[in-house]
Ligand binder design. Structure first.
Ligand code: ZN
Length: 188
């Protein structure tokens, strides 16, 4: 089932999300719904606060880019992150053009570490701890920001923040209408 996405300006996107346990009600269905929502909206990651649940749950799905062949793989890489924690940030940082389903029509280059050591639980509550890089590391950091009440534009320079302020205000005012449904538009 498609879940409407919370837009920038909603206070839930500023809250610290709570960890969950394996007995969280209807978790499997919720994960399925989050994947469906993410694919419907053409996203590569979705954090639970974006669908109005302040819990530490993230879904990620993308086709990995292969530098050797300069193409995207057929096989999709999928991850479910429960209660994720960044243990260590690599020294190397890089810019990457990010967008966010809660901030439609805004795309900005964001500086982040290219690799991190991540600890998380998967959908079966099996614990993982790995050094990750590439697209997985990029999307994971963006989504973990959501669990900590942050959005990617918080990480921009004050000049860039000033330049996109009006766009952000438009999103918060419900004036932006992406192809997918935002929660704000349904309420009205
Ligand atoms: Zn986002």
């Amino acid at each position: 089932m498609y879940l409407p996405i919370v837009a920038y300006g909603d206070p839930i996107l500023r809250k610290q999300a709570q960890p969950i346990t394996a007995d969280y009600p209807d978790l499997k269905q919720l994960i399925d719904d989050m994947f469906e929502t993410m694919y419907t909206a053409d996203g590569v990651g979705l954090a639970a606060p974006q669908i109005d649940r302040s819990i530490q749950l993230v879904v990620i799905g993308f086709r990995p880019y292969d530098e050797k062949t300069d193409s995207y793989g057929e096989e999709e890489e999928r991850h479910v992150l429960i209660n994720p924690e960044i243990i260590e940030e690599g020294n190397e940082k890089d810019y990457f053009n990010e967008g966010c389903l809660s901030l439609p029509d805004i795309h900005e280059d964001v500086l982040r570490p290219t690799s991190i050591v991540l600890r998380w639980l998967d959908e079966n509550f099996v614990e993982h701890q790995e050094r990750i890089d590439g697209m997985f590391a990029r999307v994971a950091q963006h989504e973990i920001d959501h669990l900590n009440g942050k959005v990617f534009t918080d990480r921009l320079s004050s000049l860039r923040k000033t330049m996109i302020k009006r766009k952000l205000n438009d999103v918060a005012a419900g004036k932006v209408h992406p192809k997918y449904r935002l929660k704000r538009q349904i309420k009205k």
